[in-house]
Design a protein around this ligand. Structure first.
Ligand SMILES: Nc1nc2c(ncn2[C@@H]2O[C@H](COP(=O)(O)OP(=O)(O)OP(=O)(O)O)[C@@H](O)[C@H]2O)c(=O)[nH]1
Ligand SMILES: [Mg+2]
Length: 372
């Protein structure tokens, strides 16, 4: 399963700089707003220390990490929902992602223009949120009109329900609240899902800070602009993660020796990328499990609560259909045993049936009968 995340924000927030650092995809970065006109799609290798340890223990021929898709979307400005700036075609790009990474500029720079003339993260965040909410309102109004027309034409029952739901959602959005804060029973309904609302998507705020400000933010001591963004995020019920796109870019350009030197100088908070990925996994309630054989050790991502049979089905449909049992060992147990053979001898490998729910860090071997 590949999860898709979208970098969304005002022009010159640093989206493409961050995208390049996270994915090494080489998108164009510019001093002026609207450098990105379409979108850039890349993949990020999910940092995973457990996978490295598993590979060291089991020595497979290849090691395959989990991947996260990252989409770098053109900057939005006031009026985007009406087609201002680069227009609302880009709203469509946001619609396709599983998670919005809302990049907000916190860094000051005389060199880099700001579309509204000054650095003000909360104003910028609210500007973008308003555009997404207005785009959603239009979507809901259109759906409402269609439902009413159909109801009049005799479609009765079902359409009346859609009308009631759409009116409720319209009033909710109209009062300035994003759709993601609607009660869970509304968000779970099929009619709501079919609206594909932008403000219903999970969101993480990504504050883009200068190098020194990032260090302060990671230590929890400031700067003011970041702390304001953080409170804004808290009030919105979304996590906020500090990064410095410039530092991320430096980090990927470094040799391994330079990285080691940096790590010894700066300690844990060297750069924000790994924490951003961790937060994305937590916020989307994803777990990572591992499959290991002599050819490959591989990290795989599934939503928390996925059964082992369904997880096996994502590896290969035959594995779900012909599922017999799964052999499972949690990561810490493998580390303690030192090898799979020792783990088996010590009875640390459990046998689980198809309804077992995969836990984060499980190493799983699926026994299945290929269909004849
Ligand atoms: N000082 C500093 N400059 C940055 C940082 N991040 C990005 N920039 C600069 O800001 C400018 C805009 O960065 P981009 O990454 O192109 O911004 P964007 O959000 O993709 O902009 P659009 O594509 O126009 O929407 C570039 O000149 C970057 O070098 C940062 O953390 N610190
Ligand atoms: Mg860009």
């Amino acid at each position: 399963m590949t999860v898709s995340t979208g970098l969304v924000g005002l022009p010159n927030a640093g989206k493409s700089t961050l995208f390049n650092a996270l994915t090494a995809a080489g998108a164009e970065v510019g001093l002026y707003p609207f450098t990105t006109v379409g979108r850039n799609v890349g993949t990020l290798v999910v940092p995973d220390e457990r996978l490295a340890t598993i590979a060291a223990i089991t020595r497979p021929a290849a090691v395959t990490p989990a991947l996260l898709e990252v989409v770098d979307i053109a900057g939005l400005v006031r009026g985007a929902h009406r087609g201002e700036g680069l227009g609302n075609q880009f709203l469509g790009h946001i619609r396709e992602v599983d998670l919005i990474l809302h990049v907000v500029r916190c860094f000051a720079s005389d060199r880099v223009a700001h579309v509204y003339g000054s650095v003000d993260p909360v104003r910028d965040a609210e500007t973008l949120e308003l555009e997404l909410a207005l785009a959603d309102l239009e979507t809901v109004e259109r759906r409402l009109e269609r439902a009413r027309r159909r109801a009049k034409a005799g479609g009765a029952g079902e359409e009346a329900e859609v009308v009631a739901l759409a009116e409720m959602v319209r009033d909710w959005l109209g009062s300035g609240r994003p759709a993601r804060r609607l009660p869970p029973e509304i968000r779970a309904s099929a009619a709501f899902g079919e609206l594909f609302l932008l403000t219903a998507k999970p969101q993480i705020y990504v504050g883009n800070l200068s190098d020194s400000e990032f260090q302060a933010a990671a230590a929890g001591t400031g700067p003011g602009a970041w702390l304001e963004l953080k409170s804004h995020a808290e009030a919105a019920g979304c996590p906020a993660v500090p990064v410095s796109a410039a530092v991320e870019a430096d980090w990927v350009a470094m040799s391994d020796d330079e990285k080691v030197l940096w790590e010894s100088e700066l300690g844990a908070a060297i750069h924000g990328g790994p924490a951003l990925v961790r937060t994305a996994y937590q916020h989307l309630d994803l777990v990572t499990f591992y499959t290991v054989n002599e050819n490959e050790a591989r990290a795989r991502t599934v939503p928390a609560g996925t059964t082992v049979a369904a997880a096996a089905g994502k590896i290969h449909t035959d594995m779900e259909r012909g599922f017999i049992r799964a052999e499972v060992i949690p990561f810490p147990d493998l580390c303690r045993a030192g090898s799979l053979v020792a783990a088996r001898q010590k009875g640390l490998i459990r046998t689980e049936g198809r309804d077992y729910r995969v836990a984060d860090g499980d190493i799983i071997y699926v026994r299945f009968a290929p269909p004849t």
